[in-house]
Write a protein of this length. Sequence first.
Length: 216
Amino acid sequence: MVFLLQAVDNKISLMSLLEKGGWIMYPLYLLLVIAIYVFIERMIAIKKAGAIDGKFMLIIRDNIISGNVSAAKSLAKNTDNSVAKMIEKGIMRIGKPLDAIEKSMENVGKLEMYTMERNLNILSLVAGIAPMFGFLGTIIGMVQLFYGIASTGEYTLNTIAGGIYTKMITSATGLIIGLVAYVGHNYLSAQIDKTANKMETASADFLDILQESTHS
């Protein structure tokens, strides 16, 4: 029970501490909400784009080699991920030169990359401006603190120390939010790179399948 009460007291102290950050905390909270929303929304979209069945290309190969192009096209059309969309475009171009097919698939791949990277720059923006907002809050607070001391002529070490640590809250909050946004941006970028590698591998495999089908 004692530990529970101590935890509650610590939580209340933390909330009280955050409240002392002043009005600059509100835009920081807004930046945090935006960063979390963008991260979750992009993570869902990227995971969906990169969700590729390991047997997908094997089935595509079997259908194309056997001459059942319509079945391969139907499978690609009904599979909702970046690789399937790219392969569908390649199937639609069957009969044209391999260079033309590869170019069409490359264009679809670029579009899929753009779609996955959409709004990702918001996280990098938050990572950059959140610490700046925090530092701004600290500077404003320090100016107010020393202006008050200069105006009244009354100060003690406790007053100065207490004023400084409360003004540093905005800097700490801004740095934490910026770090969260930075880590989130890099994590999503890594997931996009993984999906891009899957797309490149699938594209090369598809072209090999087409060459194999022409020689069979």
